[in-house]
Design a protein around this ligand. Structure first.
Ligand SMILES: [Fe+2]
Length: 262
């Protein structure tokens, strides 16, 4: 059995707030909760949108928060991230890809692949030939070993009108590669700041609410110009894999008002 913690989109800032929300309090609460209640988890994955605009200051402070956790936390890239800043300040597994923040974690239940879908200067995602080649190599090497994929940008639309405009550019080609490998058992994605689940070309998937602010439901319709975070509490998830069976528990670690001022 393998148990891991999944967190996403902390939008951490070393100072200030996001529309009144203190992302430091939210991240600290999530780490404290996970350490208290899931000490048996092997590690945690943080699927991107790690920081705000102060690249150096935010990554430096974030590194301290992650290192304070008894549970090892592996950070990943999102659209809000900066690859050079990330690599300068955060720790990566030794065999991580040199040019992109992609790495594999082998567990008793299979191989976890953590992908880098960052596209420089864009909120949408990218999966270039170099990253695709790395993934294909990992899938080929895994053979019949089950593979679980974590990434920031979904490779398909999810019925979330605004987020669907900023998904992975090469989604169809990405899914072509996955469906050529029966070993791929599940996709886990950040970016959309809402929990959804379903399947794509027969592969089960899940997204997760953010540690920071939650995106509104698709209805009533909304736009980025009048974006207002949903008054919903944040979550992290506990992913348990046992003999190939997967459960995803959504864990509320604080209430919707926690970390909000005013
Ligand atoms: Fe985000």
């Amino acid at each position: 059995m393998t148990k891991l913690i999944w967190m996403t989109d902390p939008h951490f800032q070393n100072t200030g707030t996001i529309d009144g929300l203190d992302p430091r309090l939210r991240l600290k609460a999530a780490i404290t909760h996970a350490n208290a209640h899931y000490p048996d988890a092997e590690f945690a994955l943080l699927t991107g949108d790690l920081v705000g605009d102060d690249i150096d200051g935010d990554y430096t402070a974030l590194a301290g928060y992650l290192e304070s956790s008894a549970l090892p936390i592996h950070p990943m890239m999102g659209n809000n991230d900066d690859r050079a800043g990330f690599r300068a300040r955060l720790s990566l597994p030794q065999d991580a890809m040199p040019d992109f923040v992609q790495f594999a974690l082998d567990t008793a239940e299979g191989r976890i692949l953590c992908l880098d879908t960052h596209k420089v200067g864009s909120a949408a995602g990218q999966f270039c030939d170099a990253r695709m080649d790395w993934l294909e190599g990992q899938l080929t090497d895994a053979g019949d070993t089950p593979v679980y994929i974590f990434m920031h940008h979904p490779p398909m639309s999810l019925g979330l009108p605004k987020q669907d405009e900023i998904m992975l550019d090469e989604g169809a080609a990405f899914l072509d590669l996955l469906t050529a490998h029966a070993s791929v058992k599940h996709l886990f994605m950040g970016h959309v700041h809402r929990p959804t689940c379903g399947s794509i070309r027969g592969i089960p998937f899940a997204t997760l609410g953010a540690l920071s602010f939650q995106a509104p439901a698709p209805r009533p319709a909304w736009d980025w110009d009048n974006f207002k975070a949903a008054a919903e509490p944040p979550h992290y998830a506990v992913v348990e894999i046992a003999q190939g069976n997967v459960t995803v528990q959504f864990i509320q670690f604080c209430d919707a008002q926690f970390g909000l001022s005013g």
